[in-house]
Design a protein. Structure first.
Length: 127
């Protein structure tokens, strides 16, 4: 899932994910995203920070309380790269932060890394 109120930013993230052969759902409104997250399971979530009505930090904190998303990887994609924003991304439950503007390949590689790491953490290793 990609949540960003700016259409161009949303499209850039989607493009990078499609380059990694990943399908995604995009949402511009964080409140709509929270409703969708409460009703559906997503494997990875990309959030903008600065959105009207609810910040990405607030959305991340709320989605962490949902049973299906306590461990879902969350990556913030934002222009806010100062120390305070990076700290807030972690404190709100985020797993990573990518600074805008980003390289498409960087986002695609981080997406694959988080997906694979999460799958390995959930599935028991056959011995």
């Amino acid at each position: 899932m990609v949540v960003d109120d700016e259409a161009i930013s949303r499209r850039a993230v989607i493009y990078a994910l499609e380059k990694a052969n990943l399908k995604c759902t995009s949402v511009e409104d964080p409140k709509t995203a929270l409703t969708m997250l409460s009703e559906n399971q997503f494997n990875l979530i990309f959030l903008d920070v600065d959105m009207p009505g609810m910040s990405g930090f607030e959305l991340c904190t709320k989605l962490r309380t949902l049973p299906g998303h306590a461990r879902t990887p969350v990556v913030f994609v934002t222009g806010l790269t100062d120390f305070e924003s990076r700290a807030r991304s972690t404190l709100s439950g985020g797993n990573d932060l990518i600074a805008k503007p980003f390289l498409f390949m960087e986002l695609a590689v981080k997406a694959m890394t988080h997906l694979l790491s999460n799958q390995l953490a959930i599935k028991p290793v056959a011995g």
